[in-house]
Design a protein around this ligand. Structure first.
Ligand code: UDX
Length: 481
């Protein structure tokens, strides 16, 4: 009888910052002998296909489905094409109502029609409540991945305890404004409006809080929970989980090719997952800049600025008088078009590079990069640490405030920008933060600390490193269960 490969079905939450690390895990699994079926929503599948010009490269949707030994399949998220996918309360409601059923059908079809039955499910903790039932029903071993920090996971995991201790209201939404010190080890106190579920209206926040709770309940009794982090970065919080619910750090999941210098995604053999086309010419622009001179600015895939915030930020960048590479997504502004301050593009043309989406891993690993102005999404945070780049933080929502506190207060590898009462980041604030990180005494220490963490992160994923050992036991458990 021939050797039958294990077949993992991977399900990310349908957002850029969740699909990227899940795909990084998929590539690792394939290298380790798995067949992977990667389940996107129809909406995101089409978007990725289009953004990455897969059709132009002569591929049909079917061929894309089997490229690089990973099958990309998709199911509906239940929303209409014109509906917003950033209304998370609506999206999670719709997913919970519709996706469980389609996912069930998908697994049944694979098992009925194909040679390779599903041998394990690996789901994002943020989709656990509708995706794991089928694993129980068919006795398919399952695991969950937290694509955010262990601290974020610890917050979710401890919700029931925090509610019982009276530190969180039972619907997750505070009646009064206050700081909450939730007494978890290493966890900085957080303002009550800055928990990860505090997104949208009060009603939305409650929906997201209960959705989070259902997800956490669903992962309590599964075989393993892995996390895209590493032990040295979050040892205190990782060690605070009880024995029966340990969370295994297996990160950074960043492909190791990026640790060896500046390369672009297009020549790594990795499957592109961007919702926007990468503008690779910015790498040539970076080649022409001096070492450690460029400010890289990106606010990830979801941040939206209003016109005043955008204008003042642009003027602040200009005022630094330093070269910069700024990712201005076509939907970064809350209006319909991007309006730069009058004369801005002309004035900065010799030292500014504007793109709508960058090959971020290649950019951060480029020797010309000096610092990263970031919204503190977990992927951006971990990518910056892995490349040893200090951060200037402007968090926007969800887990980003907690990540920001760790960057500034716990690891001390970056500074926080402080907005005025109208939420505008004064241009002087930006100029001063950049100067402090790049030239002052503060900056020297910040750079030293982030480079130390970069080394720890890379050591963790090397043969014999903590994440590598954890990943191997996860792999063995997954293969043999
Ligand atoms: C979201 C949440 O906002 C974040 O807080 C959570 O931790 C994950 O999900 P997002 O806002 O998109 O993610 O930020 P982030 O986590 O930083 O992920 C963005 C990803 O897009 C990163 O992998 C980054 O490398 C990539 N990216 C970003 C690009 O490839 N090019 C760009 O120009 C910008």
């Amino acid at each position: 009888m021939g050797f039958i490969k294990p077949h993992a079905v991977l399900v990310p939450f349908p957002a850029q910052g969740h699909i990227n690390p899940m795909m990084q895990l998929a590539q690792k699994l394939v290298e380790d002998g798995f067949i992977v079926t990667f389940v996107n929503t129809d909406f995101n599948h089409a978007r990725i296909f289009q953004a990455n010009n897969m059709a132009k490269s002569g591929l049909s949707t079917d061929e894309v489905e089997i490229c690089h030994n990973i099958r990309l399949v998709s199911i509906s998220d239940g929303l209409a094409p014109q509906d917003s996918r950033t209304d998370f309360a609506k999206l999670t409601n719709s997913m919970e109502n519709c996706m469980g059923h389609s996912f069930h059908k998908l697994i049944e079809e694979i098992n009925e029609k194909e040679q390779h039955n599903v041998t394990c499910l690996i789901v994002d903790i943020n989709v656990a409540c509708w995706s794991l039932d089928i694993a129980k029903q068919y006795h398919i071993p399952s695991a969950a991945i937290c694509p955010a920090s262990a601290a974020t996971y610890a917050t979710f995991y401890n919700i029931p305890n925090l509610v019982s201790a009276g530190l969180l209201p039972s619907n997750g939404v505070f009646k009064e404004q206050k700081m909450v010190d939730y007494s978890l080890p290493s966890m900085p106190p957080i303002h009550c409006t800055r928990f990860a579920w505090m997104v949208g209206s009060e009603e939305d926040q409650e929906i997201l809080f209960h959705y989070t709770l259902r997800n956490i309940e669903s992962v309590r009794d599964i075989e393993s929970v892995i996390c895209n982090t590493f032990l040295d970065l979050e040892a205190t919080i990782l060690n605070s989980f009880p024995e029966q619910d340990l969370v295994c750090p297996v990160g950074p999941l960043i492909p190791s090719q990026f640790f060896n210098g500046n390369i672009s995604q297009s020549n790594t053999g990795l499957i592109a997952t961007g919702f926007w086309a990468e503008e690779l010419q910015c790498l040539e622009w970076l080649d022409k800049q001096s070492p450690e001179s460029v400010i890289y600015v990106s606010f990830g895939s979801l941040v939206i600025l209003n016109e005043r915030q955008f204008e003042e930020f642009a003027l602040g960048l200009e005022a630094t008088q330093r070269p910069f590479l700024w990712v201005v997504r076509n939907d970064l502004l809350d209006g319909t078009t991007t309006v730069f301050p009058s004369g801005f593009t002309e004035r900065i043309k010799d030292r500014g590079c504007l793109v709508s989406w960058a090959p971020q891993l290649s950019v951060l690993s480029h020797p010309s990069i000096a610092c990263f102005v970031t919204h503190c999404g977990w992927n951006s945070t971990l990518e910056s640490i892995s490349m040893g780049v200090p951060m200037i933080c402007w968090p926007y929502f969800a887990d980003q405030f907690l990540n920001c506190s760790y960057i500034a207060e716990v690891w001390k590898i970056g500074l926080v920008l402080k907005a005025n009462n109208n939420g505008i980041m004064d241009k002087l604030e930006i100029e001063t933060a950049v100067e402090r990180v790049l030239s002052d005494e503060d900056g020297v220490e910040i750079r030293k600390r982030v480079r130390k963490l970069k080394k720890s992160g890379r050591d963790a994923v090397k043969e014999g490193g903590s994440s590598s050992i954890n990943y191997k036991s996860f792999l063995n458990a997954t293969k043999n269960s």
